[in-house]
Write a protein that binds this ligand. Structure first.
Ligand code: UD1
Length: 420
């Protein structure tokens, strides 16, 4: 078993470079199935979720070569199966993109139900409703989703809830469908736009990604070759921004898109810390005093992202005054608060609301990651705390952050990974 050991009390200082977006790469890799060709992907995060999707794609017949730490080629011209078994897909959430891509390309998909972090109920009714609207028959039974269609025909689909997964999956399923598909009330996250940009770069005709309505004009086939660079990870950038505030440090974050960070930037400024947008791709965050209390409600983009809620929770746990977070996306996203309370925080979480009574200091303690972003939040808490913290359940953190200890170490943190 591995643990991360942090001796806290460091004011983080220096520069950090952000990698490619996990939630974009986990969709673009399956999207290459639609090409039946060879694609070079750059700025691919080298994290365990990506290794899992690569492994599943290889078991379907794709050939993947990592050319560099963050660059790979994938050749999907010899995919020989549209059946992705449960033992692999249950390891992560984005395996549902295999359904959209395989259905779109081969009109048939059999995929084990997706796994991923336990953030509460994670229904896929909107994905299914959309596949059916395109003409597919979908069955969910015995731990798998099966989707089949004689042909797929474009249709108008209104999403009842704003869903990242359903929006991307319906783009994947409709790119090669006959006619035009309209997705109304889609998600607008930067990775939605990135997946559309990738697909358009290899010959798809998708318009309006990032707006309230996406129009997909079906094309007969995609190009057999392409090269694409994944967008920077907005959540990784936000994690480092909040670590600067929590540790009262001064960090310059490179290779991010500052426009994607506006909702977080506004809240950091409201807390009394400082943010400088240097050139649209570099942002500096520094904090000299105890942050002010504030209230937050997580919302789909461009609202405050749920995936930064735990990291913000760490900052609010030592803010001046009492803050409230309302979590509107995932019902079980406050599990980390019990871990922070072990470190001296005073947080009361009930249902979708948590009340953070700001304390002066956190103290080191053994704690457990309860999900991916909770794990990142605990690292930030440990760096800001007095004393030594041991963080367990690292498999969650490794799903979404590449070299996280090394990046924090370069910023001055006393952090190491230890095998027990
Ligand atoms: C993605 C991200 C996750 C992030 C979330 C919200 C990936 C791999 N994961 O998850 O990190 O927290 O977006 O930004 O990209 N819902 C339904 N029916 C559906 C689909 C979703 O009711 O068919 C609900 C969910 O229960 C949730 C909300 O819609 O309350 C948003 O879910 P969704 O955007 O689909 O999240 P994911 O794509 O699973």
């Amino acid at each position: 078993m591995e643990k991360i050991v942090v001796t806290g009390g460091t004011k983080l200082k220096g520069e950090v470079t952000i990698g490619g977006a996990k939630n974009s790469a986990t969709a673009i890799l399956p999207a290459t199935i639609l090409m039946s060709g060879k694609c070079t992907l750059e700025n691919v995060p080298n994290i365990s979720d990506i290794k899992i999707i690569c492994n599943i794609l290889e078991s379907l017949g794709a050939k993947i070569d990592w050319i560099e730490q963050n660059k790979l080629t994938i050749d999907t011209s010899n995919i020989s199966s549209s059946n992705a078994p449960l033992d692999k897909t249950s390891k992560f959430r984005a395996s549902y993109y295999l359904v959209g891509a395989l259905l779109g390309k081969y009109h048939s998909a059999e995929v084990g139900l997706p796994g991923g972090c336990n953030l509460g109920a994670r229904p896929i009714d909107q994905h299914i409703k959309g596949f059916e609207a395109l003409g597919a028959t979908v069955e969910v039974e015995q731990g798998k989703i099966s989707a089949k269609a004689k042909k797929l025909v474009g249709n108008s689909i209104y999403l009842d809830v704003v869903s990242v997964g359903a929006t991307i999956n319906l783009m994947l399923a409709s790119v090669l469908a006959e006619g035009t598909t309209i997705i109304d009330n889609p998600a607008k996250e930067p990775h939605i736009v990135d997946v559309a940009n990738f697909l358009n770069s290899v010959g798809a005709d998708i318009r309006g990604a990032g707006t309230d309505s996406i129009k997909i004009n079906g094309v007969k086939e995609l190009k057999k070759e392409g090269t694409y660079s994944i967008v920077p990870d907005q959540i990784e950038a936000g994690t480092f921004m909040l670590s600067a505030v929590a540790s009262k440090g001064d960090i310059t974050i490179k290779n991010c898109i500052t426009k994607h960070l506006e909702s977080l930037t506004a809240k950091i400024v409201e807390m009394g810390a400082n943010v400088e947008d240097i050139d649209g791709e570099t942002i500096r965050v520094w904090c000299n005093s105890r942050p002010n209390k504030l209230n937050i409600k997580t919302l789909p983009h461009p609202g405050f992202p749920t995936d930064l809620q735990p990291q913000m929770g760490v900052v609010l746990s030592t803010a001046n005054g009492t803050s409230i977070i309302n979590e509107s996306i995932w019902e079980s996203r406050f599990q980390y608060t019990a871990e922070l309370n072990k470190m001296g925080a005073k947080i009361t979480a009930q249902g979708k609301t948590a009340v953070f009574e700001g304390v002066k200091k956190l103290y080191g303690s053994p704690v457990y990651s309860t999900d991916l972003r909770a794990g990142a939040a605990l690292i930030i808490a440990a760096i800001a705390a007095e004393g030594t913290t041991e963080i367990y359940n690292l498999e969650y953190i490794d799903r979404g952050y590449e070299n996280i200890e090394e990046k924090f170490r370069k910023l001055g943190a006393n952090i190491k990974r230890v095998k027990e």
